[in-house]
Design a protein around this ligand. Structure first.
Ligand SMILES: Nc1ncnc2c1ncn2[C@@H]1O[C@H](COP(=O)(O)OP(=O)(O)O)[C@@H](O)[C@H]1O
Ligand SMILES: [Mg+2]
Length: 241
Protein backbone atom coordinates (compact mmCIF):
# COMPACT_ATOMS: atom_id res chain seq x y z
CA UNK A 1 0.00 0.00 0.00
CA UNK A 2 1.21 3.47 -0.83
CA UNK A 3 1.50 6.08 1.90
CA UNK A 4 -1.81 7.69 2.80
CA UNK A 5 -2.91 11.00 1.37
CA UNK A 6 -3.45 13.44 4.22
CA UNK A 7 -6.44 15.76 3.88
CA UNK A 8 -7.06 18.51 6.43
CA UNK A 9 -10.56 19.97 6.70
CA UNK A 10 -10.12 23.57 7.79
CA UNK A 11 -11.87 26.90 8.28
CA UNK A 12 -11.04 30.07 10.16
CA UNK A 13 -14.56 30.18 11.61
CA UNK A 14 -16.21 27.78 14.02
CA UNK A 15 -19.60 26.20 13.49
CA UNK A 16 -19.42 26.15 9.68
CA UNK A 17 -19.33 22.37 9.40
CA UNK A 18 -15.72 21.16 9.61
CA UNK A 19 -16.57 18.23 11.83
CA UNK A 20 -19.67 17.30 9.85
CA UNK A 21 -17.68 17.43 6.60
CA UNK A 22 -14.71 15.50 8.06
CA UNK A 23 -16.91 12.69 9.38
CA UNK A 24 -19.00 12.31 6.26
CA UNK A 25 -16.07 12.64 3.90
CA UNK A 26 -14.17 9.96 5.84
CA UNK A 27 -17.27 7.73 5.87
CA UNK A 28 -17.83 8.20 2.13
CA UNK A 29 -14.25 7.38 1.20
CA UNK A 30 -14.43 4.29 3.43
CA UNK A 31 -17.61 3.27 1.58
CA UNK A 32 -15.73 3.10 -1.71
CA UNK A 33 -13.40 0.58 -0.14
CA UNK A 34 -10.45 2.74 0.83
CA UNK A 35 -8.93 2.51 4.32
CA UNK A 36 -9.48 5.78 6.15
CA UNK A 37 -8.18 7.15 9.44
CA UNK A 38 -10.07 10.15 10.80
CA UNK A 39 -8.11 12.14 13.38
CA UNK A 40 -9.77 14.60 15.74
CA UNK A 41 -7.11 17.28 15.59
CA UNK A 42 -9.39 19.80 17.27
CA UNK A 43 -8.08 19.61 20.82
CA UNK A 44 -10.42 22.25 22.21
CA UNK A 45 -13.93 21.48 20.99
CA UNK A 46 -13.33 17.82 20.20
CA UNK A 47 -16.51 16.34 18.79
CA UNK A 48 -15.53 13.52 16.44
CA UNK A 49 -16.22 10.91 19.15
CA UNK A 50 -19.69 12.38 19.74
CA UNK A 51 -20.53 12.33 16.03
CA UNK A 52 -19.31 8.73 15.84
CA UNK A 53 -21.24 7.59 18.92
CA UNK A 54 -18.04 6.51 20.66
CA UNK A 55 -18.30 5.94 24.39
CA UNK A 56 -15.80 4.62 26.89
CA UNK A 57 -12.70 4.95 24.74
CA UNK A 58 -9.80 4.99 27.18
CA UNK A 59 -6.99 6.25 24.98
CA UNK A 60 -7.07 9.43 22.96
CA UNK A 61 -4.94 11.80 20.91
CA UNK A 62 -4.05 13.75 24.06
CA UNK A 63 -2.28 10.67 25.45
CA UNK A 64 -0.44 10.20 22.17
CA UNK A 65 0.75 13.83 22.11
CA UNK A 66 1.75 13.59 25.77
CA UNK A 67 3.85 10.56 24.93
CA UNK A 68 2.07 8.15 27.29
CA UNK A 69 0.46 6.03 24.57
CA UNK A 70 1.60 4.70 21.21
CA UNK A 71 -0.44 6.20 18.38
CA UNK A 72 -1.64 2.79 17.16
CA UNK A 73 -3.16 2.07 20.58
CA UNK A 74 -5.45 5.11 20.35
CA UNK A 75 -6.94 4.17 16.97
CA UNK A 76 -10.38 2.53 17.01
CA UNK A 77 -12.09 0.58 14.26
CA UNK A 78 -15.74 1.51 13.60
CA UNK A 79 -18.80 -0.35 12.31
CA UNK A 80 -17.40 0.22 8.83
CA UNK A 81 -14.32 -2.00 8.60
CA UNK A 82 -12.50 0.61 6.48
CA UNK A 83 -13.09 3.52 8.83
CA UNK A 84 -10.82 4.13 11.82
CA UNK A 85 -10.91 6.92 14.40
CA UNK A 86 -8.21 8.57 16.48
CA UNK A 87 -10.40 10.54 18.93
CA UNK A 88 -9.68 13.40 21.28
CA UNK A 89 -11.48 13.67 24.62
CA UNK A 90 -14.71 15.64 24.93
CA UNK A 91 -14.14 16.23 28.63
CA UNK A 92 -10.47 16.79 29.31
CA UNK A 93 -8.41 15.19 32.04
CA UNK A 94 -5.96 17.47 33.77
CA UNK A 95 -3.10 15.77 31.94
CA UNK A 96 -4.82 16.56 28.60
CA UNK A 97 -4.64 20.31 28.95
CA UNK A 98 -1.09 20.63 27.67
CA UNK A 99 -1.68 18.43 24.65
CA UNK A 100 -3.03 21.26 22.51
CA UNK A 101 0.30 23.03 22.68
CA UNK A 102 1.86 19.89 21.24
CA UNK A 103 -0.44 19.64 18.23
CA UNK A 104 2.46 20.59 16.03
CA UNK A 105 3.99 17.18 16.84
CA UNK A 106 1.06 15.40 15.25
CA UNK A 107 3.00 15.43 11.98
CA UNK A 108 5.39 12.99 13.59
CA UNK A 109 2.56 10.62 14.62
CA UNK A 110 1.05 10.80 11.13
CA UNK A 111 4.33 9.51 9.70
CA UNK A 112 4.08 6.42 11.93
CA UNK A 113 0.69 5.36 10.54
CA UNK A 114 0.87 6.68 6.98
CA UNK A 115 1.52 3.27 5.49
CA UNK A 116 -1.52 1.69 7.16
CA UNK A 117 -4.17 3.79 5.37
CA UNK A 118 -5.14 5.16 1.98
CA UNK A 119 -6.42 8.40 3.45
CA UNK A 120 -5.90 10.28 6.70
CA UNK A 121 -8.55 12.95 7.27
CA UNK A 122 -7.94 15.64 9.87
CA UNK A 123 -10.74 17.52 11.58
CA UNK A 124 -9.34 20.77 12.93
CA UNK A 125 -9.98 23.68 15.24
CA UNK A 126 -11.03 26.99 13.67
CA UNK A 127 -7.55 28.28 12.87
CA UNK A 128 -4.94 28.54 10.12
CA UNK A 129 -2.62 26.24 12.14
CA UNK A 130 0.17 27.05 9.73
CA UNK A 131 3.00 25.73 11.87
CA UNK A 132 1.38 22.31 11.86
CA UNK A 133 0.11 22.20 8.29
CA UNK A 134 3.48 23.17 6.88
CA UNK A 135 5.10 20.19 8.59
CA UNK A 136 2.92 17.50 7.04
CA UNK A 137 4.52 16.55 3.79
CA UNK A 138 2.15 16.70 0.82
CA UNK A 139 -0.83 17.74 2.93
CA UNK A 140 -3.99 18.68 1.04
CA UNK A 141 -6.51 21.12 2.45
CA UNK A 142 -10.25 21.47 2.02
CA UNK A 143 -11.69 24.75 3.25
CA UNK A 144 -15.25 24.75 4.60
CA UNK A 145 -17.51 27.78 4.57
CA UNK A 146 -21.13 28.70 5.20
CA UNK A 147 -22.89 30.36 2.26
CA UNK A 148 -22.64 33.85 3.69
CA UNK A 149 -20.32 36.78 3.17
CA UNK A 150 -18.27 36.84 6.40
CA UNK A 151 -17.58 33.13 6.28
CA UNK A 152 -16.50 33.29 2.63
CA UNK A 153 -14.28 36.33 3.21
CA UNK A 154 -12.48 34.43 5.96
CA UNK A 155 -12.23 31.35 3.75
CA UNK A 156 -10.67 33.52 1.07
CA UNK A 157 -8.11 34.91 3.52
CA UNK A 158 -7.22 31.38 4.61
CA UNK A 159 -6.95 30.27 1.00
CA UNK A 160 -4.51 33.06 0.20
CA UNK A 161 -2.47 32.55 3.36
CA UNK A 162 -2.11 28.79 2.88
CA UNK A 163 -1.21 29.24 -0.79
CA UNK A 164 1.51 31.69 0.17
CA UNK A 165 3.06 28.90 2.20
CA UNK A 166 2.83 26.46 -0.68
CA UNK A 167 0.06 24.35 0.88
CA UNK A 168 -2.06 22.50 -1.65
CA UNK A 169 -5.72 23.56 -1.55
CA UNK A 170 -8.03 20.98 -3.09
CA UNK A 171 -11.14 23.15 -2.98
CA UNK A 172 -13.91 24.79 -1.05
CA UNK A 173 -16.96 23.16 0.49
CA UNK A 174 -19.95 25.49 0.50
CA UNK A 175 -21.88 23.90 3.37
CA UNK A 176 -25.54 24.25 4.42
CA UNK A 177 -26.75 25.32 1.01
CA UNK A 178 -30.51 25.83 0.99
CA UNK A 179 -31.92 26.82 -2.40
CA UNK A 180 -35.03 28.30 -0.79
CA UNK A 181 -33.07 30.84 1.18
CA UNK A 182 -32.77 34.08 -0.75
CA UNK A 183 -29.62 36.18 -0.43
CA UNK A 184 -27.42 33.22 0.41
CA UNK A 185 -24.20 33.07 -1.60
CA UNK A 186 -24.20 30.47 -4.35
CA UNK A 187 -21.41 28.61 -6.06
CA UNK A 188 -20.98 31.14 -8.89
CA UNK A 189 -20.76 34.05 -6.49
CA UNK A 190 -18.33 32.16 -4.26
CA UNK A 191 -16.17 31.43 -7.30
CA UNK A 192 -16.02 35.15 -8.12
CA UNK A 193 -15.01 35.90 -4.54
CA UNK A 194 -12.14 33.46 -4.26
CA UNK A 195 -9.68 31.77 -6.52
CA UNK A 196 -9.99 28.05 -5.78
CA UNK A 197 -9.72 24.94 -7.94
CA UNK A 198 -13.05 23.35 -7.04
CA UNK A 199 -16.21 24.22 -5.16
CA UNK A 200 -18.51 21.52 -3.80
CA UNK A 201 -21.96 22.33 -2.48
CA UNK A 202 -23.29 20.41 0.52
CA UNK A 203 -26.97 20.99 1.25
CA UNK A 204 -28.52 21.88 4.56
CA UNK A 205 -30.05 18.59 5.66
CA UNK A 206 -32.00 17.65 8.77
CA UNK A 207 -30.60 14.09 8.67
CA UNK A 208 -27.41 15.63 10.12
CA UNK A 209 -29.27 16.14 13.40
CA UNK A 210 -30.72 12.65 13.30
CA UNK A 211 -27.26 11.24 12.62
CA UNK A 212 -25.82 13.14 15.59
CA UNK A 213 -28.40 11.57 17.87
CA UNK A 214 -27.66 8.14 16.48
CA UNK A 215 -23.92 8.66 16.67
CA UNK A 216 -23.19 7.77 13.07
CA UNK A 217 -22.32 9.67 9.88
CA UNK A 218 -25.38 11.10 8.07
CA UNK A 219 -24.18 9.47 4.83
CA UNK A 220 -24.81 6.10 6.50
CA UNK A 221 -28.23 6.92 7.99
CA UNK A 222 -29.78 7.67 4.59
CA UNK A 223 -27.91 7.14 1.35
CA UNK A 224 -30.55 8.72 -0.91
CA UNK A 225 -30.47 12.28 0.40
CA UNK A 226 -28.91 15.11 -1.60
CA UNK A 227 -26.51 15.42 1.34
CA UNK A 228 -25.27 11.85 0.83
CA UNK A 229 -25.04 12.38 -2.93
CA UNK A 230 -22.96 15.51 -2.38
CA UNK A 231 -20.47 13.48 -0.34
CA UNK A 232 -20.40 10.76 -2.97
CA UNK A 233 -19.34 13.40 -5.49
CA UNK A 234 -16.82 14.96 -3.11
CA UNK A 235 -15.21 11.64 -2.19
CA UNK A 236 -15.08 10.50 -5.83
CA UNK A 237 -13.56 13.78 -7.00
CA UNK A 238 -10.95 13.67 -4.27
CA UNK A 239 -10.00 10.01 -4.61
CA UNK A 240 -9.72 10.40 -8.40
CA UNK A 241 -6.98 13.01 -8.01
N1 LIG B 1 -25.06 20.37 5.94
C1 LIG B 1 -25.64 20.53 7.16
N2 LIG B 1 -26.98 20.41 7.31
C2 LIG B 1 -27.55 20.60 8.51
N3 LIG B 1 -26.89 20.88 9.63
C3 LIG B 1 -25.54 21.03 9.56
C4 LIG B 1 -24.85 20.85 8.33
N4 LIG B 1 -23.51 21.04 8.57
C5 LIG B 1 -23.40 21.32 9.87
N5 LIG B 1 -24.61 21.32 10.48
C6 LIG B 1 -24.92 21.62 11.89
O1 LIG B 1 -24.10 22.66 12.35
C7 LIG B 1 -23.46 22.30 13.57
C8 LIG B 1 -22.02 22.78 13.50
O2 LIG B 1 -21.34 21.98 12.57
P1 LIG B 1 -19.89 21.39 12.90
O3 LIG B 1 -19.63 20.36 11.87
O4 LIG B 1 -19.82 20.99 14.31
O5 LIG B 1 -19.02 22.71 12.64
P2 LIG B 1 -17.50 23.01 13.05
O6 LIG B 1 -16.81 21.71 13.22
O7 LIG B 1 -16.96 23.82 11.90
O8 LIG B 1 -17.55 23.80 14.31
C9 LIG B 1 -23.56 20.78 13.68
O9 LIG B 1 -23.79 20.36 14.97
C10 LIG B 1 -24.73 20.42 12.79
O10 LIG B 1 -25.89 20.32 13.58
MG1 LIG C 1 -15.79 20.96 14.86
Amino acid sequence: MMAARVIAVMSPKGGVGKTTVSINLAASIAEIGRRVLLIDANLETSHVAVHMGMVGYAKALEDVLNGSVNVKEAIYQTANENLFILPSRVFKKESDLNAKYKLVNLFHQIKKVKDDYDFIILDSRPSYDLEFVKLVEGIEVIIVTAPEITSILEARKMNEELKRYGVRIMGLVLNRVNKRVRNAIDKDEARKMMDVKAIWEVPEDYTVLEALRRGMPAVYTDKRTLFSKAFKTLSRDLSAK
